[in-house]
Design a binder for this molecule. Structure first.
Ligand SMILES: [Zn+2]
Length: 268
């Protein structure tokens, strides 16, 4: 019944067989049917006290490896804004200036932002979570290539400075480290330029672990979905599972081939 679409294990690398037929899209998760995630996306979506707002770069929204559409389906209290810049009038929620945090890792070489930055530990020790009750903290994330994300944060910080605190994830930020995520070997969707850069979904999962009452459970559920997303994606990019280092390199190459651009897509 199915078209002669080979099993994932028998797939050859993507450069050998460019798919010509229109892809079937799953109506449940809106992803190509062969990488459907309906079996792992929580139903009903996970309720959280925190309200998650993702500023999604218009270029990134067309990227098939973006985690944002999946994240939005997993979380009940999530909103995706397709814009390059946060400003008044874009979000009624943010225009009320609720206690908020926005996520962006520290810049080591460039000082694109002068805003002070709390680590997750400092956030937990601060009074921000208490001030956010009963409505819940607003967690703002930026989803774009590294270059665009910096531009988006920079363009949005004047608005954000009225009510939001910048938060950085708790790990050493080190440009000399290749990869850098604690989930590095399994969750690398696209190669990020520096250690400490993680997908938007993973970053949000980590923050929710820190701020939600049942944070560990929320994080585990999100990471479970992300792992499955990576596993499915990887199975179409590589016929066999090589060692981690090779997998990362191969995945990056295959991603670039498949999309015509890599993590630097959109950069001039
Ligand atoms: Zn589906």
């Amino acid at each position: 019944m199915d078209p002669p679409e080979a099993e994932p294990a028998a797939q050859v690398p993507s450069d050998a067989a460019p798919p010509q037929q229109p892809r079937r899209v799953c109506p449940g998760c809106d992803r190509p049917a062969r990488v459907c995630l309906c079996h792992v996306i929580p139903s009903p979506p996970i309720p959280t006290a925190a309200r998650v707002v993702v500023l999604h770069h218009p270029h990134e929204s067309r990227h098939k490896l973006s985690t944002v559409p999946v994240l939005a389906r997993c979380l009940l209290n999530s909103t995706v804004l397709l814009h390059r810049k946060l400003r008044p009038g874009l979000s009624p929620l943010l225009d009320r200036h609720p206690p908020s945090i926005y996520l962006f890792p520290p810049s080591s070489s460039s000082s694109s932002s002068t805003s002070p930055c709390l680590t997750l530990s400092q956030l937990r020790a601060s009074d921000l979570l208490r001030r956010a009750e009963p409505e819940g903290l607003v967690v703002i994330a930026f989803d774009a290539t590294w270059k665009h994300a910096r531009e988006m944060v920079s363009a949005s910080e004047e608005y954000l400075s009225r009510f939001a605190v910048r938060v950085c994830l708790d790990f050493d930020y080190d440009e000399s480290v290749d990869g850098g995520s604690i989930y590095d070997s399994e969750l690398l969707l696209r190669k990020e330029p520096y250690g400490g850069c993680v997908s938007t979904m993973e970053a949000v999962a980590r923050v929710l672990r820190a701020v939600e009452a049942n944070g560990e459970e929320v994080e585990q559920r999100l990471i479970g979905v992300l792992k499955e997303m990576v596993r499915l994606q990887a199975s179409f990019l590589k016929p066999v599972k090589p060692r981690n280092k090779l997998l990362k390199k191969g995945k990056q190459r295959a991603t670039i081939e498949e999309n015509g651009a890599g993590a630097g897509a959109g950069a001039e």
